[in-house]
Design a protein around this ligand. Structure first.
Ligand code: DHB
Length: 388
């Protein structure tokens, strides 16, 4: 982004005084929620907005003795827009918390603003490992791609898959998925035949699927961001890869609960790994899914849970600081441990990243609907990207 010098100076001054805003005496605490409400990632925005509204409907709008006001802004998943909106929210609206961030580039573009203004920044969706290292003010309630990928790579190698090809979206989380699938699969004795990528925007899966068909691996491992799974699955079926005996394995982003039920028979039997399934069999999750569906007429996906838990982390922290913002609020977010609809989670106090169970699931038809049915679990998985 090219910003004229005088504007930069104005921003620098505005950001320097912004921390005072956290201590404002009025009785409102503002959360600036930046989401892709339009464009290719709009389902992420729709899911998180619905989850944040559900959280406030269930828990009220008061925390730490203050009224919590959520200001929603649409960045259409364009990082320059995310950064501009974040600046405006900090400087003009004096938000105590920045939250949302549908894709990795949007989170990365905003990290310097969180650092400079000492504003806690809750990443509810984006999932490249390195995001939490971009600012000491970032806390993540979504997941990381290394965390979701290592368990499926292990499962594949231990379940008769000897030769694999990977296919990932050509940006941060895709690079993480590709790298961690490759290393874990080979560590467990597997062989990689090829590593393919498709662009984040407007991908055409036909040429890569033809390539996979020609390579004829035992399995194709796929990571694509939320919203692309249904189109991919359709083409996988149309090109007859399932009939050719090529197994599809994936991270749960591909068998996304937002789209899964409309994917049809081609999705049946797809084994994948992720931190959240709407079918997770716990009382806490059943209550969450029932309330979410009653309010929205659609099923919550992993993005919704990232948003819902993000609100919980913010409310818990506000209660602990009695509404104070800045570093005190950030510190109160570290080390939180609670039962989420996904299971037990911890905000690691050192890395500010989420530690959570990762499930191996299989797509099955239950009572006429498609679900990711969990059949195995790795407990309390820390982001492998931080264990360098
Ligand atoms: C990211 C976006 C997604 O929609 C997803 O499912 C995983 C990661 C990202 O941009 O970080």
């Amino acid at each position: 982004m090219n910003i004229p010098k005088r504007h930069l100076l104005a921003w620098a001054i505005a950001l320097a005084v912004a921390p005072w805003a956290h201590a404002q005496s009025d009785n409102t605490v503002k959360i600036g929620l930046i989401l892709p409400m339009t464009g290719q990632q709009a389902s992420t925005g729709r899911q998180i907005e619905a989850a944040v509204k559900l959280w406030q409907a269930q828990n009220g709008t008061k925390a730490g003795g203050k009224t919590v006001e959520v200001i929603i802004k649409d960045d259409a998943a364009v990082p320059d827009t995310t950064r501009r909106l974040a600046q405006e929210l900090v400087v003009n609206d004096k938000v105590a918390v920045l939250a949302g961030f549908g894709i990795t580039p949007a989170a990365m573009a905003t990290a310097p603003i969180a650092t400079q203004s000492k504003t806690p920044m809750i990443v509810m969706a984006a999932a490249t490992s390195a995001i939490t290292e971009a600012s000491p003010f970032i806390v993540r309630t979504s997941f990381t791609l290394p965390q979701a990928t290592v368990p499926i790579a292990e499962w594949a190698a231990k379940n008769g898959i000897k030769k694999a090809v990977s296919l990932v979206a050509d940006y941060g989380p895709g690079f993480d998925a590709e790298k961690y699938f490759d290393s874990q699969f080979r560590l467990n004795g597997g062989q990689m035949l090829d590593k393919l990528r498709t662009p984040l925007r407007g991908p055409d899966f036909a040429p890569v699927l033809q390539k996979v068909r020609d390579l004829s691996p035992d399995a194709l491992f796929v990571f694509l961001p939320s919203g692309q799974g249904a189109q991919f699955m359709k083409q996988f079926g149309e090109r007859g890869l399932d009939k050719a005996g090529i197994r599809l394995i994936a991270t749960g982003d591909v068998t996304d609960d937002d789209q899964l039920n409309d994917m049809g028979d081609v999705a049946l039997g797809v084994v994948n790994s992720h931190h959240y399934s709407a079918a997770h069999p716990s009382a806490v999750n059943k209550k969450f899914v029932d309330a979410f569906q009653a309010a929205n007429k659609f099923r919550p996906n992993f993005m919704a849970v990232g948003g819902y838990d993000g609100m919980r982390v913010i409310y818990n922290a506000l209660n602990a600081t009695k509404g104070q913002g800045g570093e005190a609020l950030l510190n109160a977010m570290k080390g939180q441990l609670f039962e989420s609809p996904r299971g037990q989670v911890l905000i690691d106090a050192q890395t500010r990243d989420i530690v959570q169970d990762v499930y191996i699931r299989k797509v099955e038809r239950v009572n006429g609907q498609l679900w990711n049915v969990e059949f195995d679990v790795q407990k309390a998985v820390k982001d492998p990207g931080k264990l360098k």
